[in-house]
Design a protein around this ligand. Structure first.
Ligand SMILES: Cc1cc2nc3c(=O)[nH]c(=O)nc-3n(C[C@H](O)[C@H](O)[C@H](O)COP(=O)(O)O)c2cc1C
Length: 195
């Protein structure tokens, strides 16, 4: 049985394009993977706290645990048990939402999701997992083939943990008045073709 982890990060509960296309993805996923398990993490609803010094020390075994790793343990286990991750991510001030950054700060963890091999570098431990990334941004891209820095950053974060099979649909121009009419069918098809 396949397990999909869906992570939403738009601060909008309604009117969010990334969430809307995330819903379309999940609908298609269920059709293609009947009986699959879907775990849902809404980072705007359940906020992941910013990292603290004690938590990072506990990551390296340099602090009494005392429940410091509870959130990180839970998030690492959740992504470990997933076969695929659906990430929906708006562009905020040229970057990713701070809620999503906090999430990555807890899951990018030594000996859990990556290993350090000294001079030989780093090894991502989340192998054989797929990631589907749906990004949204208000501005129009001038070159549709080029990823924005925040999209490249998402690929870097996932790749660092070993997730290299990444498909991305980039919804751009959501601030334009004619966005819906022009683009809805186009993006729906793109999202459906991801799976
Ligand atoms: C705080 C904030 C910052 C934003 N910064 C940018 C930006 O830097 N570039 C851009 O093109 N759009 C920016 N936008 C517009 C969003 O990317 C756009 O509304 C997108 O559709 C949001 O995703 P959603 O529809 O899933 O909520 C910003 C929106 C907000 C609320």
């Amino acid at each position: 049985m396949q397990t999909l982890l869906r992570i939403d990060s738009s601060l909008r509960k309604e009117g969010s394009y990334s969430r809307m296309y995330g819903d379309i993805f999940v609908q298609m996923w269920k059709e293609r993977n009947p009986g699959s398990k879907i775990n849902y993490r809404d980072l705007n609803k359940d906020r992941i706290p910013h990292l603290r010094q004690e938590v990072t020390q506990a990551f390296f075994g340099r602090a009494e645990d005392d429940g410091l790793l509870e959130i990180s343990d839970m998030l690492c286990e959740e992504i470990w048990e997933s076969d695929a991750v659906l990430l929906t991510c708006p562009m905020y001030n040229f970057g990713i939402p701070s809620t999503l950054k906090s999430y990555f700060d807890h899951v990018i963890r030594v000996n859990r999701t990556f290993r350090y091999h000294g001079d030989q570098g780093y090894e991502g431990l989340l192998k054989n997992k797929k990631a589907y990334v749906i990004t949204s941004m208000g501005g129009k891209k001038t070159d549709l083939e080029t990823s924005e820095p925040f999209e490249q950053y998402l690929q870097q974060l996932l790749g660092f943990m070993g997730i290299e099979d990444i498909k991305m649909v980039s919804i751009n121009g959501t601030a334009s008045e004619d966005f819906i009419l022009d683009q809805e069918i186009h993006y729906t098809n793109q999202v459906k073709q991801m799976i």
